[in-house]
Design a binder for this molecule. Structure first.
Ligand SMILES: *[C@@H]1O[C@H](CO)[C@@H](O)[C@H](O)[C@H]1NC(C)=O
Ligand SMILES: *[C@@H]1O[C@H](CO)[C@@H](O)[C@H](O)[C@H]1NC(C)=O
Ligand SMILES: *[C@@H]1O[C@H](CO)[C@@H](O)[C@H](O)[C@H]1NC(C)=O
Ligand SMILES: *[C@@H]1O[C@H](CO)[C@@H](O)[C@H](O)[C@H]1NC(C)=O
Ligand SMILES: *[C@@H]1O[C@H](CO)[C@@H](O)[C@H](O)[C@H]1NC(C)=O
Ligand SMILES: *[C@@H]1O[C@H](CO)[C@@H](O)[C@H](O)[C@H]1NC(C)=O
Ligand SMILES: *[C@@H]1O[C@H](CO)[C@@H](O)[C@H](O)[C@H]1NC(C)=O
Ligand SMILES: *[C@@H]1O[C@H](CO)[C@@H](O)[C@H](O)[C@H]1NC(C)=O
Ligand SMILES: *[C@@H]1O[C@H](CO)[C@@H](O)[C@H](O)[C@H]1NC(C)=O
Length: 320
């Protein structure tokens, strides 16, 4: 409770709470889903059901729990997979927008060799998330750069890469807004990927001749709609600083307890889609998503007043 909140406001809130509880009991929804504080919100980010803040008992299953951590005094941020910050969760398209560390490989002007590269990995094995192959592109910036994207070392089967070159260190062929292998390279990733690591090829590329112009190379899997190449990314640390060292990444999530809609519909006890909904097969990995039928709005994973309601009578339900 905020300290400045007046007694009158507190009374209104209490009355509203009672109203909500009675609504909830009447609708037969789990009480925890609405009555608990900060169940579906963290640091201004909506955490809609089936998601919920960890330990609040608000998520459909542990897979949909989100950590709500105090990152500095009074500042809360949502995280999944321990350290991946969540910016937004979308129910309709089954996506989550998160932050992904930008990997880098820099020339050390003093030792006159490449510093050990900063190579990031992301482990979403066993979660409801997959790296979105429709929204993201593996993005590499540099003038003599080869970076790989791969799944788990030793057990994985996937490896791809991107090469970016400025021939003879000539930056004049690099063009703002185009990413075609000159100073910038982008490539698609495989579908159903739940692990990713970055590896820079450092040994075989002689970068000593170009460090003055392009001291650092970068590699990151990121939302391609959030990226526009600038030649300034080659000559300065602007790419890294623009994004604060982290670029937006899109994850696809789904209800993964069944492989498809057809399989899920065989058991209506565990079927996640509630009234006035239809089912969509996951497009990235096994599983399915629920959407409200045309003309209905609300949360397709909830029964009752916050579930899918005829549009004209449910203007606020889309908040859930
Ligand atoms: C958030 O809190 C969880 C649970 O205490 C912890 O495991 C995780 O490492 C924390 N993450 C960050 C980024 O602080
Ligand atoms: C990735 O996470 C899974 C599940 O938590 C774990 O079994 C596996 O060992 C992890 N892999 C790596 C390389 O950390
Ligand atoms: C590309 O745009 C940046 C600013 O965004 C500018 O500094 C740079 O000179 C431009 N490069 C070219 C080749 O036009
Ligand atoms: C790397 O390039 C520099 C100048 O471009 C050259 O002097 C040097 O011999 C090269 N080193 C290797 C190992 O090829
Ligand atoms: C690298 O060091 C040389 C002198 O050794 C200096 O002239 C140059 O400005 C330095 N470059 C960078 C990018 O720091
Ligand atoms: C990324 O794109 C989203 C929407 O597509 C936009 O809201 C956001 O401001 C963009 N962020 C950056 C850093 O470009
Ligand atoms: C990128 O930005 C992050 C956060 O500001 C910083 O910690 C990191 O050192 C930067 N990396 C490079 C290569 O500049
Ligand atoms: C969903 O996937 C299953 C299995 O791959 C397939 O048989 C079915 O036709 C798909 N259903 C829809 C609605 O696309
Ligand atoms: C249907 O799902 C419920 C809840 O997950 C489970 O307890 C039950 O065993 C399932 N029934 C069948 C026939 O698989």
């Amino acid at each position: 409770m905020l300290p400045h909140r007046s007694a009158a406001l507190a009374a209104v809130r209490a009355a509203l709470m009672l109203f909500l509880i009675s609504k909830v009991l009447a609708s037969g929804e789990p009480l925890a889903a609405v009555a608990k504080r900060d169940c579906h919100e963290c640091g201004g980010v909506d955490i809609p059901y089936p998601f919920g803040v960890r330990s609040s008992g608000c998520a459909m299953a542990p897979d949909y729990e989100v950590d709500c951590n105090e990152t500095s005094k009074g500042v809360y941020k949502p995280f999944v997979s321990r350290n991946v910050e969540v910016l937004k969760i979308s129910l309709q398209i089954g996506q989550a927008r998160v932050m992904n560390h930008i990997s880098s490989s820099c020339y050390n002007n003093i030792s006159q060799t490449m510093d050990p590269p900063d190579e990031w990995y992301l482990n979403l094995t066993g979660t409801a998330y997959r790296l979105s192959d429709s929204a993201n592109k593996f993005t590499v910036i540099g003038c003599r750069t080869l970076a790989y994207i791969a799944d788990e070392s030793y057990v994985g089967k996937y490896m791809s890469g991107c090469v970016s070159v400025c021939r003879r260190g000539d930056l004049r062929n690099a063009i703002n807004g185009t990413c075609t292998g000159i100073g910038c390279c982008q490539t698609n990733i495989r579908t159903n990927l739940d692990y990713y690591q970055i590896v820079f090829e450092v040994g075989s590329l002689n970068t000593s001749g170009i460090y003055n112009m392009t001291p650092c190379s970068y590699a990151v899997l990121m939302d391609s709609s959030n990226f526009t190449f600038s030649t300034a990314y080659l000559t300065s640390t602007e790419f890294n600083t623009t994004y604060g060292g982290q670029a937006p990444l899109v994850l696809d999530w789904a209800i993964r307890t069944a492989n498809s809609c057809e399989e899920a519909q065989k058991n209506f006890t565990s079927y996640a889609c509630k009234a006035n909904t239809f089912c969509l097969n996951s497009t990235n990995g096994p599983g399915y998503l629920c959407n409200c039928k045309k003309g209905y709005q609300g949360n397709p994973y909830l029964q009752g007043p916050n579930g899918c309601q005829a549009s004209d009578s449910a203007s606020s339900a889309s908040d859930f």
